[in-house]
Design a protein around this ligand. Structure first.
Ligand code: NDP
Length: 278
């Protein structure tokens, strides 16, 4: 039997990147999935990829919605329960390093950018989780939050608001993990490193620049020791592991780093010691 057979999953931010790969994987592995994002055309591409994988049409619920709005969150949940009758798995994946409207980075980023960034990467997760808890309590379900290695403890000076939001999300994961396990709900999170998705474009990078950024990073061992750029499917497999109670039942409040080794490198490792010492 497929590992998610009989399970119902909501995957936010599934109109692109990591969420799309997770939606395709979950659906192929038997789940009934709600896919969602703001862009109808990109969401339809996800739906078509799922159908192309041989998944029956009735196993997909497609919801065009802004996850930062109350109405969007309500629609995502109510349409899922109306169509599939329950909820087993919530993947809080929608997120972005929203660019500053003036193009500023670092401490020069505006307070409006702070509000928008925390609204998407933190507040919407808290709001949707709160609304999903009664449904997940009924099924003793799973939550997987998508954080980032940008959350710390190393600094990310260029995009402070994004990394602050992800750092707070990590603490939210730990807090909710303990609070909700008493109801049988498991909460865990993934911290991806660099993954080739629409993330760069959402930051305002032109497509070509984004591609160059990813390939250059992957070619530098001090940036990605694995020597290859992470793919959305790499993260999707990790999400599936944490959402699969059979595979990970005793893992609670864990932050699973999936980054090709990026976060293990210290500045001093970037130097060639043989040259420095002689
Ligand atoms: P993408 O830009 O490819 O995908 C982001 C998804 O989030 C899209 O489906 C987008 O849909 C959705 N989204 C953004 N804003 C909203 C909104 N207001 N309402 C509803 N949906 C929204 O990026 P990734 O796949 O890379 O990002 C997925 C997660 O992974 C994010 O949380 C990101 O922070 C995290 N991450 C990514 C890394 C990377 O290198 N790629 C590294 C570390 C973490 P739409 O535009 O249609 O609304």
């Amino acid at each position: 039997m497929a590992r998610f057979s009989g399970k119902v999953a909501i995957i936010t931010g599934s109109s692109n990147g990591i969420g799309r790969a997770a939606a395709v994987l979950f659906a192929k592995d038997g789940a009934q999935v709600t896919i969602t994002g703001r862009h109808a055309q990109r969401l339809e591409e996800t739906r078509q990829q799922i159908l192309a994988a041989g998944v029956p049409e009735q196993n997909v619920n497609s919801v065009v919605a802004d996850v930062t709005t109350d109405a969007g969150q309500d629609e995502i949940l109510s349409s899922t329960v109306a169509k599939f009758g329950k909820l087993n798995i919530l993947v809080n994946n929608a997120g972005a390093a929203i660019p500053d409207s003036q193009g500023k980075t670092g401490t020069a980023q505006s307070i409006e950018n702070y509000d928008a960034t925390l609204n998407l990467n933190l507040r919407s997760v808290i709001a949707l989780t709160k609304k999903a808890i009664p449904h997940l309590t009924a099924t003793k379900g799973e939550i997987v939050n998508i954080s980032s290695i940008a959350s710390g403890p190393r600094s990310t000076p260029e995009f402070p608001h994004y990394s602050i939001a992800k750092a707070a999300l990590d603490q939210y994961t730990r807090n909710t993990a303990i609070d909700l396990i008493q109801h049988g709900i498991r909460v865990n999170s993934i911290s991806p490193g660099l993954v080739a998705t629409g993330f760069g474009s959402a930051m305002g990078m032109p497509e070509e620049v984004s591609k160059k950024f990813y390939s250059t990073m992957a070619s530098m061992k001090e940036c990605v020791p694995a020597g290859v750029m992470g793919q959305p499917e790499d993260i999707a497999e990790a999400i599936a592991f944490l959402a699969d109670r059979k595979a990970s039942s005793y893992i609670i409040g864990h932050q699973l780093v999936v980054d090709g080794g990026s976060s293990l490198v210290m500045g001093l490792h970037c130097q060639d010691f043989s040259k420095l010492l002689h």
